[in-house]
Design a protein around this ligand. Structure first.
Ligand code: GDP
Length: 197
């Protein structure tokens, strides 16, 4: 997919205020610092469409970007960070869950996980929650440039082992690096194939 246009449309915390049309959307979510903004900028070939933040948890908004005027890339807040108060965390989780429960335009979620880390309970719990709510998702492994191919294989294997304890099959997954532009074509081709189906 060639990215002809990528426009910021709206940011908010209220699902009711998200764009009111039938354009299909894909939501990107993961722990703070996982490399979500960098990945979005890599995918769209825009330097700062999504704001990369030094401070985890800064952007607690649902951000809609319109891509090629035919699908939305939705940048959701990072979860699982320590620097916000408990009450902020509650509100933030609530609007994320409301987004997933209510947003009919959502075609698929992408759950980002750092390829260097062993499977973390918070990510596994979130995937479980998506599954229970019948929300299709793929896993995006980020920062693949940081590991050698063998280590990447081992980390994915450990994910498979854990996920297959509860899932019948391994969810669809992508191996990416924003710095080395790995996985871009595969991810965009995947979105393209769903949009054109
Ligand atoms: P976000 O909080 O999930 O949006 O994460 P950011 O995109 O702001 O990235 C967090 C940190 O990880 C920054 O220091 C980035 O430079 C770094 N980072 C992001 N993607 C990659 C990647 O593909 N490779 C490497 N080596 N570092 C990355």
């Amino acid at each position: 997919m060639h990215i002809k246009s990528a426009e910021f449309i709206v940011s908010n915390q209220d699902v009711a205020k998200c764009p009111n049309n039938n354009i299909p959307e894909y939501a990107f979510i993961g722990r703070s610092n996982v490399g979500k903004s960098s990945l979005i900028n890599m995918l769209t070939e825009r330097k700062s469409l999504a704001k990369t933040s030094g401070r985890p948890g800064k952007t607690q908004l649902i951000n809609h970007f319109l891509i090629n005027k035919n699908w939305y890339l939705v940048d959701l807040p990072g979860y699982g960070y320590a620097r916000v108060s408990k009450s902020t965390k509650k509100v933030f989780q609530k609007f994320i869950t409301t987004y997933f429960e209510k947003r009919k335009q959502l075609v698929s979620a992408f759950v980002l996980v750092d390829i260097r880390h062993d499977p973390q309970p918070i990510d596994l719990e979130f995937m479980q929650w998506l599954g229970e709510h019948m929300i299709p998702f793929s896993i995006i492994f980020t920062k693949a440039d940081k590991l050698k191919p063998k280590a990447i294989e081992n980390h994915i294997e450990s994910y498979k082992n854990i996920l297959l304890e509860t899932w019948e099959e391994m969810p669809n997954y992508f191996i990416t690096s924003a710095s080395k532009k790995i996985g871009r074509d595969e991810l965009l081709a995947y979105i393209d194939s769903i949009n054109n189906n």
